[in-house]
Design a protein around this ligand. Structure first.
Ligand code: F6P
Length: 547
């Protein structure tokens, strides 16, 4: 056991708690007394302009938060991560997704071995393969060119490429069809395949472990569909299946030629893997050059996080703001609200990144934490949310810190009329940030002539904190920058909370129990030790299935 004080016993923590208890400023007052905060509380990284002026903070708050970061040695852990130290302690692994975007020629060692040449060798193989599929040179078993790509994977082997495919649709080859199948519900694969021709379909089976039951089950069914459609010749599999994995043995065991496997390594966590071989479907969609631009974007933020001083370090600031609300305002959730239709899956992607990383309740030494850890992350594109759940954020009883993400220019080949809608979209973003921060006082409502009995209902309290992230345009590089920003934000919070952000034991129990329960459903087998509630559900299910 270390003898450093636990987080909630540190003087820096207590100082923040005191600061919170003493100060109850309203955002209106903070801006009235210090209008300069609108310029001062902006940090730039790459193409991102991150405005954190609408937060319930002062210079003193920020100084105290930085002291907490310093006391918890966030930058020390950061350096250990970038240098390949095994900071994933429960799995005894390095955490090196940053090496996936390191430039050729960089040296990043794990166990004395430079991993960068291997990263670039796989990228080169991916580029060559993607090029062949895109040009039509890679053909299916019958000699027809590939027109459909179906990615089969789940969690980190699905969310990243599926999200980025949507985000970068404007850059994709529109001649090709892409589908992403993750759910073990047969309906997912059925709907993905029902209008596809097997002779023109390539399956990309993405699984770090190649043991994940959902993925292996769907891949097995996909293989049957393919063989049924192509006359049952086993050798067709080689032209229609490729694998993305760390586990060559399992890939070969499944029947995929390891010559068609693109590898990555155990130092890439599933939720941090989409810029590894896991991005192959995306690379086929947008092309190798655009994929490299995406990696360049990640690298811009990596370099910033590694070198920027605490005062202007964007991931550090965003992470600390989350700590401020989660631990000192008791905020339970964090909303991410993109004002871009193309980012419709961005928040779902962040849910795994954040909640699988920081959904922990013991510290790095295994002791129960006595402080809140990761928030519930949620949200959908902003304009749609405005007509659904924003009411609760504006006038409900909870504090929901939010990130509003917008772009100065639309992407894609929109007509002039549709392009013109972009200003309206952005006006909504700015208006929401304004309304959330400053609200509307009872006096303002009365001045509008609202009858007295309605004044309370129409008053907006304000003081709902938001960060506004603005970029010129949603390019591959900007997407990489955004993702790296959130990756490192999550890292900062895990470091402060003293938790292992890189394991995910919490998903194991359900997996083990599913394997035990399944025979009871299919074969009616006795499952020893099944609790009465689940046993009764099993019985009801079997009964209903007969009807
Ligand atoms: O959900 C648990 C998990 O282990 C994730 O961390 C991972 O991204 C996902 O399952 C898929 O795992 P794999 O890539 O090994 O199939």
């Amino acid at each position: 056991m270390s003898d450093t004080p636990r987080l909630d016993r540190r003087p820096e923590w207590t100082a923040l708690a005191d600061h919170r208890a003493q100060r109850q400023e309203r955002l209106r007052d903070l801006f009235a007394t210090d209008p300069g905060r609108a310029q001062r509380y902006v940090v730039r990284v790459g193409d991102l302009r991150i405005d954190y002026s609408k937060h319930l903070i002062t210079d003193e708050t920020l100084a105290l938060l930085r002291e907490l970061a310093s006391a918890t040695d966030v930058f020390g852990l950061r350096d250990a991560m970038f240098h390949g130290k095994k900071i994933n302690i429960t799995e005894d692994r390095a955490v090196l997704h940053t090496a996936l975007r390191a430039p050729a020629g960089a040296v990043v060692e794990v166990d004395g071995q430079n991993v960068v040449p291997g990263v670039h060798a796989v990228l080169d193989r991916m580029s060559a393969f993607a090029g062949r599929v895109r040009s039509g040179e890679w053909t299916g078993h019958t000699g027809r060119r590939i027109r459909n790509v179906v990615n089969i994977g789940i969690g980190g082997s699905d969310l990243g490429p599926a999200m980025a495919y949507e985000a970068l649709r404007a850059y994709t080859d529109r001649e090709l069809t892409f589908r992403f199948v993750s759910n073990v519900d047969g309906a997912d694969l059925h709907e993905a395949l029902r209008d596809l021709d097997p002779a023109e379909t390539l399956f990309v089976v993405a699984s770090k472990t190649f043991t994940t039951i959902e993925t292996i089950t769907n891949a097995t069914s996909a293989r049957s569909w393919l063989l049924d459609g192509l006359g049952g010749e086993e050798k067709a599999v080689a032209k229609h299946f490729v694998a993305l994995s760390t586990n060559a043995g399992k890939v070969a065991g499944f029947g995929i030629d390891t010559a068609n496997m693109f590898e990555f390594w155990d130092w890439v966590g599933g939720r941090y893997s989409f810029d590894s071989a896991i991005g192959l479907s995306l690379m086929i969609a947008i092309g190798p050059e655009r994929f490299r631009e995406l990696l360049d974007g990640f690298r811009i933020v990596d370099d910033h996080f590694r070198t920027a001083p605490a005062e202007s370090n964007a991931p550090l600031l965003m992470g600390l703001l989350g700590v401020w609300y989660g631990n000192f305002f008791d905020a339970q959730s964090h909303a991410v609200l993109p004002y871009s239709h193309y980012l419709s899956k961005f928040t779902a992607y962040l849910q795994q990144l954040d909640m699988e990383s920081n959904g922990k309740s013991v510290d790095r030494e295994g002791r129960p934490v006595r402080w809140q850890t990761g928030p519930v992350v949620w949200g959908t594109p902003g304009t749609n949310g405005q007509h659904a759940y924003y009411q609760l954020i504006h006038q409900g009883t909870k504090i929901v810190p939010a990130d509003l993400i917008g772009f100065a220019r639309p992407v894609g080949e929109l007509s002039d009329e549709l392009k013109a809608q972009h200003d309206l979209l952005t006006a909504n973003l700015f208006a929401q940030g304004q309304a959330l921060a400053f609200g509307k006082t009872a006096e303002e409502v009365r001045a509008e002539g609202v009858p007295e009995e309605q004044v309370a209902h129409r008053t907006f309290q304000g003081d709902h904190p938001t960060t506004t992230i603005l970029a010129p345009e949603l390019t591959p590089s900007v997407l990489g920058q955004l993702i790296a920003l959130y990756e490192h934000k999550v890292f900062v919070q895990g470091a402060v909370w003293d938790i292992d952000s890189f394991d995910q034991w919490g998903v194991e129990l359900g997996k083990v129990l599913a394997k035990r329960v399944e025979p009871a459903l299919t074969e009616g087998a006795e499952v020893p030790g099944l609790d009465p509630s689940t046993a009764s559900l099993v019985a009801a299910y079997r009964e209903l299935r007969k009807q």
